[in-house]
Design a protein around this ligand. Structure first.
Ligand SMILES: [Zn+2]
Length: 192
């Protein structure tokens, strides 16, 4: 006997669980592995150290916003490596000298954002922002300069480009692009 179960894909289990068919049926890990662009997966852009009850699951709209960031991240990866990592004549796709762009935080559910002390209107809540790990201030400045040049070249605006430092002296670049009303806010934020 065959039993057909009709899933209502429009049903919302909660504000941020817009895709119950995927999440509730345990396909989340499959979803995490899905590529948003050649070098970035959904899992990378949703990872968090917080063990939240809501699972930090983005809605389809949040995923669209994360996707909008990926061309910037791909270009940053390519340009940074071309300028600072690859030896002359080395191939970008196969060289062992290529350095990844490491995202420490992308999409954050309200619970995750609260736990990490994020701003209440943070661009992370909508998947419009990523934090990019930096080895130090020098790398942060290089990343920021590349992203600024990229905005000029593309004639596209970003919402925020922040070089941040925490109390432990760790640096990261917070970069955000919204679907519209981008403010091109550039700031240094020192939390010491
Ligand atoms: Zn951030």
């Amino acid at each position: 006997m065959t039993v057909n179960i009709e899933l209502n894909k429009q049903a919302r289990l909660s504000q941020h669980l817009a895709s119950p068919s995927e999440a509730a049926l345990g396909h989340l890990s499959e979803l995490n592995g899905s590529r948003l662009s050649p070098h970035f997966t959904l899992g990378e852009l949703c990872k968090t150290s917080v063990n939240s009850l809501d699972g930090n699951i983005p809605s389809h709209v949040d995923i669209e916003n994360l996707k909008r960031l990926c061309p910037w991240l791909e270009d940053l990866r390519f340009t940074y490596n071309s300028l600072y990592c690859l030896k002359p004549g080395e191939d970008y796709e196969t060289s062992k000298n290529v350095e990844p762009i490491i995202i420490t935080s992308g999409y954050r559910s309200p619970e995750v954002n609260r736990c990490v002390g994020g701003a209440y209107s943070s661009n992370h809540l909508t998947g419009c922002a990523v934090d990019i790990r930096c080895t130090g201030v020098e790398q942060a400045i290089r990343y920021a300069a590349i992203l600024l040049d990229m905005a000029d070249d593309r004639q596209e605006d970003f919402d925020e480009l922040l070089i941040e430092r925490n109390r432990k002296g760790h640096y990261w670049v917070h970069f955000a692009v919204r679907p519209k009303d981008n403010r091109r806010k550039v700031l240094l934020i020192d939390k010491r």
